[in-house]
Design a protein around this ligand. Sequence first.
Ligand SMILES: Cc1cc2nc3c(=O)[nH]c(=O)nc-3n(C[C@H](O)[C@H](O)[C@H](O)COP(=O)(O)O)c2cc1C
Length: 354
Amino acid sequence: MSSTTSKLDESPILIGDREIPTRYFLAPLAGYTHLAFRRVIRELGGLGLATTDLVLASQLVAESRKSKKLIETTEDDRPLSIQIFSGVNFELVKAAKWLEERGYKGIDINMGCPMAKVNSSGGGARLMCDTDGACASVQGVVDAVNVPVTVKMRLGWDRDHLTAPTLAKEFEKLGVSAITIHGRTRQQGFHGSVNRDGIKAVVDAVDSIPVIGNGDVRTVQDAIDMREETGCQAVAIGRGAMLDPWIFSKLKQVANGEQTTEPNPDQQVQFLRRHFHYMTQQYEDYSCLLFRKFAGWYGQKLGVPDDLEDRLRRFESIEEFDSIADEIRERHGEREATVPTALIKVPNGPVERW
Ligand SMILES: Cc1cc2nc3c(=O)[nH]c(=O)nc-3n(C[C@H](O)[C@H](O)[C@H](O)COP(=O)(O)O)c2cc1C
């Protein structure tokens, strides 16, 4: 048990007309935060709003198989926003309408993705370089739908172009319901540290919409520090949720004035099984391949001995998974490593080549 206290406002938060039960959100991580992960995290409690992986607007409207998978959801996967991106305004508008017509309750526009393939089409972080263009994109979407529209962005393209505060102010005037801000520039990629002063500048720039701080939150204390230092009303957690899936439930304990507790071995292995179970429901045979990516993230937290973590990276069938999970339970705690082995797989090298 550990005690951390918070004097922060922990009441539900409004994003447009949506009441979000907690102030700790799941940041989208393409390839990871699909339905199975969202469901299993929600089961642990404490998660406010989750957002899907980014979906290319034109693919969504074309109803491609891949985008349909990305927006798959269930009744227990609420509240949820769908993240879309495109460098073409009418594609964004079409996708937003398409989603609203099908009952989705929140739309998030991606203006933060640093990947070349996203930026070369004028989408992702590239939009932040052109205030008029970014505003036109946002305006088109806000005017087209009645559900709340949010924007996720970085601080700017590079440190000489920190456009986020100006954009946030403009977006608020256009009717955007909240801004999520990752406290790095596009140039930084995932390197360096998060600039909380930069996030605070966005908080200070808007009048009343919530700003959701994001970046490098790995612990309960990090989340509290993010809120205290920036004044942001909520926090989005991405990689920290894979390194410690209980981070949201611990934040809920703190919000309730309780001490935080760690999961016991049974709960840890159960979590692993349930995540994989949800994955098989959605992806059937493909689920083994998709699940292997989580091995390195989960190994340390779930007490997986190194050799079994290695098998989790390679397993090929549901039966094999079950036998690995049984063995993890039997040998739980053997592992002494304190650092996750396959940490944080992010694009690397010069950003131009991503
Ligand atoms: C593997 C990976 C995939 C990501 N995919 C998305 C995405 O689809 N949409 C998005 O807005 N941000 C995406 N991000 C950025 C995260 O949402 C987040 O802004 C960033 O990782 C910093 O937060 P964190 O330190 O809590 O992970 C991704 C990041 C990583 C590492």
